[in-house]
Design a protein around this ligand. Structure first.
Ligand SMILES: [Zn+2]
Length: 73
């Protein structure tokens, strides 16, 4: 047993799934959703945890994609 304030009951945040990132995740998307912005995400289950930076990038990217789609018509 280790003394001190570490609480084993709480799971640590999953690392961001984006290749070479690995920062603690703040959001979990489905892999399909996340791949709209990051097509090269590794297949690791159906969930894709993203860190704050990449979640922002994802939001921006999906929004831009939607806008482009609209402009294309
Ligand atoms: Zn990340």
């Amino acid at each position: 047993m280790t003394p001190g304030g570490v609480r084993p009951a709480e799971e640590p945040p999953e690392p961001c799934l984006v290749v070479r990132c690995g920062a603690p995740s703040v959001r979990r998307l489905t892999l399909a959703e996340a791949r709209k912005a990051f097509p090269d995400l590794p297949e690791r289950g159906r969930r894709a945890p993203l860190c704050r930076e990449h979640y922002r990038a994802w939001k921006k990217s999906t929004r831009a994609a939607r806008k482009l789609d609209r402009l294309a018509r």
